[in-house]
Ligand binder design. Structure first.
Ligand code: NDP
Length: 330
């Protein structure tokens, strides 16, 4: 079985030479364990943080050990009650062709209910992040105007759509290419969108939201966060979900320089971790599953082919090569 190891801690942008695809022996199954043939694995922005040797909410990847991450696969051998050969599961041992894991760390999924990659995206961790972040952390309410950055990505594209489906007055998204901006309006139903590479974010946001915004869902940080603070209305809310603009930075970011506006506008800024919102999983699956079935929720994946291309897919995600969820088909 082949698996990806981190072989050097990246400084700034990761390089292909910071990783190695290595052959590994599979251990024999202990009682309670299953052997899974991974079919899709996820690459996610948070993995960049795990490549640094720093204390955080998830432990760093160890050098010369297999990396981890979301994956879906099929059980091909089982020493566990409740899981049999042929069952499809979601689990946390991606970045490898085969995984041996305790059955209690696997969630059974139905391949007939939705295509497998959806369990890593719209029906999985990024979907729950959008759902919990917007509806609970941002305390979204009908009539709000919502701005989301990283809007054509896995989380952002759902934030905008959930806001629309829940009665937002106006939804604005930013993304890094003109094609993505077009997709946001035409495929995802955003009211307005702009390419942050085409000019200052603050000016483009003001143009797209002349009456200001009530909620900013932050996936990017930096200049985006500063622009949002300027555009937020009184009692506006900011959910800090991610700050991808600085994950590869070697210098501390300068923005936001206008933080004092928080006072007069009585803004609320709150960070979030999806792992705090497991109690919303069922309502999330019920509601989003319904929207997908009705055709009211658009979702797409950018699929890289083969485990050999997994690192390239991860680097592509950091550069914005994806629309919707980036996954690797193994
Ligand atoms: P995406 O699918 O959104 O992929 C990442 C996107 O980030 C790229 O497609 C790229 O799109 C954009 N990007 C990269 N660099 C920059 C930059 N310098 N400025 C602006 N945009 C940039 O990933 P996810 O949906 O999985 O994650 C989105 C965010 O949510 C990330 O910040 C992630 O860390 C965070 N997150 C947080 C969780 C939590 O629990 N707090 C859980 C899950 C995700 P473009 O072409 O538009 O630049």
């Amino acid at each position: 079985s082949r698996e990806w190891h981190l072989t050097a801690r990246p400084e700034g942008w990761p390089k292909p030479t910071d990783f190695a695809l290595r052959e590994a022996e599979l251990p024999a199954l202990a009682p309670g364990q299953v052997l899974v043939r991974n079919l899709y694995m996820s690459v996610d922005p948070y993995m960049r943080g795990r490549m640094n040797d720093v204390k955080s909410y998830v432990p760093p990847f160890q050098l010369d050990q297999p990396m981890e991450g979301g994956a879906v696969g099929v059980v091909i051998a089982s020493e566990a009650e409740g899981l049999t050969v042929g069952d499809h599961v979601l689990h946390g041992l991606g970045w490898r062709e085969y995984a041996v894991l305790d059955a209690k760390h696997a969630t059974t999924i139905d391949p007939d209910a939705a295509p497998l990659p959806k369990y890593l995206g719209v029906l999985g961790m990024p979907g729950l992040t959008a759902y919990a972040g917007l509806l609970r952390v941002a305390a979204f309410k009908e009539g709000d105007t919502v701005f989301v950055s990283g809007a054509a990505g896995a989380v952002g594209s759902m934030v905008g759509q959930i806001a629309k489906l829940k009665g937002a007055a106006r939804v604005i998204g930013s993304a890094g290419s003109d094609e993505k901006v077009k997709a946001l309006v035409e495929d995802y139903g955003f009211d307005a969108a702009f390419n942050y590479k085409n000019g200052p974010v603050a000016e483009q946001l003001k143009q797209a939201a002349p009456d200001g915004i009530d909620v900013y869902f932050d996936n990017v940080g930096g200049e985006h966060l500063e622009a949002a603070i300027s555009s937020l209305n009184v009692h506006g809310r900011i959910v800090v979900c991610g700050m991808i603009a600085q994950y590869n930075a070697t210098e501390p970011p300068a923005a936001p320089r206008n933080l004092a506006l928080v006072i007069g506008k009585r803004l609320r800024i709150e960070g979030m971790l999806v792992s705090d919102h497991g109690d919303l999983k069922q309502p999330f699956i019920d509601e989003v599953g319904g929207w997908i079935r009705d055709g009211r929720m658009h979702s797409q994946e950018t699929v890289a082919n083969g485990i050999d291309n997994a690192v390239e897919a991860f680097l592509g995600l950091l550069r914005g090569a994806n629309t919707g969820k980036m996954v690797v088909k193994l």
